[in-house]
Structure formats: structure tokens, C-alpha cells
Design a protein around this ligand. Structure first.
Ligand code: UDX
Length: 442
């Protein structure tokens, strides 16, 4: 099948590459010429494990192409995927101007009947609107069907998820169009759930909002655990063994970030508001998520009378491991606070430092490895649970830091193991380890 994907951001590039891997001929369109040149040589503009290799392979086998030219990209194509961004507007709603532009570009260029598939996360009703935008602007007399096909890919595991997802959601008002999209996806071997367009649009928001709810829920439980002397890890484990609850997304920490959860939760509150429904639960989820970063900072401020002149080692900047994505990363707010308090911040992240430099306070000092960050530090903060940090010998903190005080925002270490070292260890929702041999110079 000849397919065109518009937008080579995270979703578009992964979708296009994976569709080419299962045998389709895919052209990806982007407006950025430099980016297109880079991608033509098999270089992904984003950090995603396995993506470069897959791109190179399919470019070589002549199934994956990149262009800035809409005419070329839409020529003779049977199916067009829209995968452009829907950034958050100031009021929390989704900005659909890129999607609208793609609709107009499609209308101006298609010369045969097409199915337009929306991958971008768009508010309920948007697909009907896109169809109208295209039909209103059509240059040739062709039939356009529209299908909502939301993505559920996790950054850092997007290739794996493309081939091992739990379901593919196909929302269409036309059975033929739905069947053709099902057919395209067949080689992935993933069950296809067919429904109407508006339900498909809603599934994406509801799924992300529910996962965000799980995280905020366990974070609140974690805060209570700290006060009543329970251990949130044990609680999550015991809860998760109930199949109705499930064990995933119950890791307490400093909250969710990234390109989806913060944006989609706010958009869903907005979507509900538009139909005069007050989504109180989701508002609480968003509020709790913001509070979670403050909780770590409050603990730090309680522990140290002042952070003025103190060296703070920050381990991890990306919003989660295995990505260089800094969008809505907890590290942004946390480092800003540390700088305001007069701390000397030495930060290290295995891959996100270049992106971090664009969004984080310029007074943060970047170092090239963990040991350098920890060297003579007064306190270490773990903000992203990279394996590199999880695998650290606890002795490394002891050997390098001036005083080994650790605030672990991602529960990377087992307190039972930490107890064997001369460190003071505070994590989220678990009893702190305070080794009495530590000199308290805070
Ligand atoms: C998410 C969804 O998983 C995906 O289906 C959707 O399409 C896009 O958004 P992603 O943003 O890549 O994917 O990250 P995910 O792995 O889901 O984690 C999101 C955030 O939640 C991260 O900041 C992570 O650290 C946090 N998280 C996740 C927790 O704090 N606790 C958990 O138990 C799980």
C-alpha cells in the first residue's frame, strides 16, 4: 500500500518507519528541509532506541522516503496519515492550526480517492471538522474518508510498542475505510478495535487521563504512607496483584511529565468544560501532579537550613528514562527552585543535556558523568530513573560526596541495601534511611 505520513515528529516518524517495516511504501512529509535531509540519510532527529536502524534499513530497501514537497508526497497516494503536533494553547485546549493546514494541503493536492487517518491527538469532533476542511477546499473531485487512529506509543519504547501494542483503535463512520485500515495494520499482529470516530477520539484522552490518575493516586497514597510509616512500594505491590487494579503505573515519584499526560489531561478538562461538564477528578489529578515536585523540594528545604552555596548534584533531567525529551520534565521546576535558593547545581543526564540546555535555568552547570556531578556535593537529587543511576553502587555516593545525603525522587534503590552504607537516603513514600555515623552539617 502507498502511504503518506504528514509530520515527522515523534508520532509521525515512528508510525511511518514502522509502516514501511511491515511492507508498505511510505513517504513522510515535513516542512523542515534540514530535518528531511538528515532523515534521508537514516538519522532520526529524536532519540528513540532502535529507530535509526529501522529507518536506515527501510530507506535502503526503498520503502521509506522523505520530502518537503506536498505535491510529490501526495501523488498517487491511497492513505494519508496526519501526525502533526497539537500543542497546548494557553487555556489548556489543543491548538489545531497545524492539523487544519494539513487538511488544506491534502485538499489542494490529492487526485484520487483517499483515506485520511488522524494519528494526532485531537479533541472529540475534530475528525468530522477535518473532513469538512478537506471537502471545502478540494481541487479535484475525489472521495475522502476519515479515520481516527490514535497512538499509544511510549517514548523510549515506541518501536517495541508499535509491534507489541495491546490494541489498535480504528474509529470510522464507514466500514470499508475501517476495514482497509485494519488490513494495513494486519502485519503488526495486534488486535484491532473498531468503533465510531468520536469514541476513538475519546479513547485516547480517556486512556491517558486514566493512567495519569493512577500515577496521581499512588503519589497521594505515597504521601500518606510517609506520614503513617508505611512503604508505598509494598502497598502498590499488594494493590497491583488484584487484576482489577493491575500492577502498572503505580510507581510513586515526583509525578508524570512528557508530551502527552500533562497536555492531554488539561485538554480533556477543557473538552468537558466546553460541554459544561466539570471534570473534578481530573482537575485533582493535575493538581496533585504539580504538588508532587513541591513535596520533594519541601523535604529538601526542611533538611537543609539553607541551600545557599551548597553543591547539589542533579542526576537525571529527562521527563523519564530512555528519552532525551525534556517536555514538562520535573527537573525544570526543581532546578529553577534550587538556583533561586542560591545552590550550585551540577546536573548530569545520559542523553537529555542538549535539550535541557534549551529549557533549564542557564545557571545550571552541566557535567559529563555521575561521578563529576557527585564530587564534593552536599546533596544528590535523583530526578530520572535511568538504569545508569539505578545500577550505581551506593558506595559511589559515599566516596564522592562531601556529605552523602540523597533525595531520590524515583525510588531507585532498595532502602534495605542502602542501610549498609554511610548515607542518608530519602525517597518517595518509603521510610528514610538515616545512618547515624553521618556528620550533620546541614
Ligand atoms: C504516554 C502513554 O503511556 C502513551 O500511551 C501515550 O500515547 C503517550 O503518553 P509517554 O509520555 O512516552 O507515554 O510516557 P510514559 O511511559 O507513559 O510515562 C509518562 C510519565 O509518567 C513519565 O513522566 C513517567 O515518569 C511517569 N510515570 C509513569 C510515573 O510517575 N509512575 C508510573 O508508575 C508510570
Amino acid at each position: 500500500m502507498k502511504i503518506t505520513v504528514v509530520g515527522t515528529g515523534y508520532v509521525g516518524l515512528v508510525t511511518g518507519t514502522c509502516l514501511s517495516e511491515i511492507g508498505h511504501t511510505v513517504t513522510c512529509i515535513d516542512i523542515d528541509q534540514d530535518k528531511v535531509n538528515k532523515m534521508r540519510s537514516g538519522q532520526s532527529p529524536i532519540y528513540e532506541p532502535g529507530l535509526d536502524e529501522l529507518m536506515k534499513k527501510n530507506i535502503q530497501e526503498k520503502r521509506l522516503f522523505f520530502t518537503t514537497n506536498h505535491k510529490e508526497g501526495f501523488s498517487g497516494v491511497e492513505v494519508i496519515y496526519i501526525a502533526v503536533g497539537t500543542p497546548e494553547k494557553e487555556d489548556g485546549s489543543a491548538n489545531l492550526s497545524f492539523v487544519e493546514q494539513v487538511g488544506k494541503d491534502i485538499a489542494a493536492n490529492v487526485e484520487r480517492d483517499v483515506i485520511v487517518v488522524t494519528k494526532s491527538t485531537v479533541p472529540v469532533g475534530t475528525n468530522d471538522w477535518i473532513k469538512k476542511v478537506i471537502e471545502r477546499n478540494l481541487v479535484h473531485n475525489v472521495k475522502v474518508d476519515i479515520v481516527s487512529n490514535p497512538e499509544f506509543l511510549r517514548e523510549g519504547a515506541a518501536i517495541y510498542d508499535s509491534f507489541n501494542g495491546d490494541r489498535i483503535v480504528v474509529g470510522a463512520d464507514n466500514e470499508d475505510a475501517a476495514n482497509r485500515i485494519e488490513e494495513i495494520n494486519k502485519p503488526f499482529g495486534i488486535p484491532v478495535f473498531k468503533t465510531d470516530i468520536r469514541s476513538a477520539e475519546m479513547i485516547k484522552y480517556a486512556a491517558n487521563a486514566f493512567l495519569a490518575t493512577k500515577i496521581s493516586f499512588i503519589n497521594e497514597i505515597s504521601n500518606i504512607c510517609e506520614k503513617v510509616g508505611a512503604n508505598v512500594e509494598a502497598v502498590a505491590n499488594g494493590m497491583g496483584q488484584d487484576n482489577r487494579i493491575g500492577s502498572q503505573f503505580l510507581n510513586a515519584g515526583i509525578g508524570y511529565g512528557g508530551s502527552c499526560f500533562p497536555k492531554d489531561t488539561k485538554a480533556l478538562v477543557q473538552i468537558a468544560g466546553n460541554v459544561e461538564y466539570d471534570f473534578e477528578l481530573l482537575k485533582g489529578v493535575i493538581h496533585v501532579n504539580r504538588k508532587q515536585q513541591e513535596i520533594l523540594l519541601n523535604k529538601l528545604n526542611e533538611r537543609f537550613e539553607s541551600l545557599e552555596g551548597k553543591k547539589v548534584a542533579v542526576l537525571g533531567l529527562a521527563f523519564k528514562p530512555n528519552t532525551d525529551d525534556m517536555r514538562e520534565a520535573a527537573s525544570i521546576v526543581i532546578t529553577k527552585h534550587l538556583i533561586e535558593k542560591g545552590a550550585n547545581v551540577a546536573a548530569y543526564d545520559p542523553v537529555a543535556m542538549e535539550n535541557a540546555k534549551k529549557v533549564i535555568d542557564s545557571k545550571v552547570h552541566y557535567v559529563s558523568n555521575t561521578t563529576e556531578a557527585l564530587k564534593d556535593a552536599d546533596v544528590a537529587l535523583i530526578l530520572t530513573e535511568w538504569n545508569e543511576f539505578k545500577d550505581l553502587e551506593i558506595g559511589t555516593f559515599e566516596e564522592n560526596m562531601k556529605q552523602s545525603v540523597i533525595f531520590d525522587g524515583r525510588n531507585c534503590y532498595d532502602p534495605k541495601i542502602v542501610e549498609n552504607y554511610h548515607v542518608e537516603y530519602h525517597s518517595m513514600g518509603r521510610p528514610s534511611v538515616k545512618n547515624s555515623k553521618l556528620v550533620n552539617v546541614g
